[in-house]
Design a binder for this molecule. Structure first.
Ligand code: RB5
Length: 148
C-alpha cells in the first residue's frame, strides 16, 4: 500500500478532493494536509508543512497543488531532499519517476490539462526509477544541495 501526502492552497481544493477519491480507489493511505476552504493562503507555507512531514519519512511520494502548480513546486524544491516535478501530461508523469525519481509532483487546479490529473498520477505511481545513468544524474542534483 502506498502512503501519499497531499496538500493544496485555495487554488486547487476541488482537484485535491478528486485526487483523494481516486487514490482511495487505489487503496492508498493518504495524509491530507489541507487546505479545505477557498480562504486565501500563501502556498509556500503549505509547501513547507507538507515537505517537512514528508521528510519525517514513511511516505512514498507527495502531491502539491496550487492554482498553477508552479508556486508549490518552486517552494518545495527549496526544501532539502525534495525533488518536485511539475507534471503536465502522461509522458512527463512517467519521466518524473523514471528519470528524475521525483518525490513530489505538482499540479494546478486552474490548469486545463489534456489528460485527467488522476491518469497522470496513476502513470507516475506505476513507473519505476533505477537505471544507472538516471541514478547518477539524480545524485548530481542532490549534490547541488551540498555544494551551492
Ligand atoms: C494563488 O492565487 C496562486 O497564485 C497560487 O495558487 C499559485 O498558482 C501560485 O503559483
Amino acid at each position: 500500500m502506498k502512503k501519499i501526502i497531499i496538500a493544496s492552497d485555495h487554488g486547487a481544493i476541488v482537484l485535491k478532493d478528486i485526487i483523494i477519491s481516486f487514490l482511495k480507489t487505489k487503496n492508498c493511505e493518504i495524509k491530507d494536509m489541507g487546505v479545505n476552504t477557498e480562504d486565501s493562503v500563501d502556498y509556500p507555507d503549505i509547501a513547507i508543512l507538507a515537505c517537512q512531514e514528508f521528510n519525517k519519512g514513511g511516505y512514498d511520494f507527495g502531491i502539491l497543488l496550487c492554482g498553477t502548480g508552479i508556486g508549490m513546486s518552486l517552494a518545495a524544491n527549496k526544501i532539502k531532499g525534495i525533488r518536485c516535478a511539475q507534471v503536465y501530461d502522461l509522458f512527463t508523469a512517467e519521466m518524473a519517476k523514471a528519470h528524475n525519481n521525483a518525490n513530489f509532483i505538482a499540479f494546478g487546479g486552474r490548469v486545463n490539462y489534456s489528460v485527467p490529473v488522476t491518469e497522470m498520477i496513476d502513470k507516475f505511481m506505476n513507473a519505476t526509477f533505477g537505471e544507472d545513468r538516471h541514478i547518477r544524474r539524480v545524485n548530481k542534483i542532490m549534490d547541488i544541495e551540498r555544494k551551492c
